[in-house]
Ligand binder design. Structure first.
Ligand code: UDP
Length: 142
């Protein structure tokens, strides 16, 4: 399988419960390397732009309000099949359907406040990485 990069966000509810370390540990334990990271508090405008694909949907305003309600931790994860691997570690979008032991099963508070984001395709990963890290990411040689 190819080495991929994916954009990961630890959402405001998981930051608020001090789960950053626990969540990053799960990525590293699964062989996903952190090649970029930053913490920021998104404005409503930034959150709307990031989730533009969902504009007009019933949950959009709640999602944008939540994502701009507090700081998020954003990172780029690199590894074999990183996009699918990250989504497997996160669990299903609806935490009620997330498998036991996944990030969303363990740290979500609701469908909207589901603790983590992960890119769902190579195309979206490229766009999302550029959104938060226009300066590029680190080379990990070891
Ligand atoms: N979301 C929501 N209600 C829904 C569907 C999605 O609140 O009915 C939120 C949830 O936080 C989700 C985000 O919108 O993570 C983006 O939805 P998407 O379908 O892209 O799921 P994801 O790729 O995050 O699993």
């Amino acid at each position: 399988m190819a080495i991929e990069r994916t954009l990961s966000i630890i959402k405001p509810n998981a930051v608020a419960k001090d789960a950053i370390g626990a969540i990053l540990s799960r990525f590293e334990a699964a062989g996903l390397k952190i090649v970029a990271a930053r913490m920021l508090h998104m404005s409503k405008e930034q959150a709307s732009a990031f989730y533009a694909v969902h504009q007009g949907k019933g949950f959009f305003d709640e999602l944008v309000g939540f994502m701009s309600s507090g700081p998020v931790m954003v990172q780029v994860l690199e590894g074999e099949g990183a996009i699918a691997k990250n989504r497997e570690i996160m669990g299903a979008t609806n935490p009620a359907e997330a498998a036991p032991g996944t990030i969303r099963a363990d740290f979500a508070d609701s469908f909207t406040e589901n603790a983590a984001h992960g890119s769902d395709s190579p195309e979206n990963a490229a766009v999302e990485i550029q959104f938060f890290f226009p300066e590029g990411v680190c080379e990990r040689t070891r």
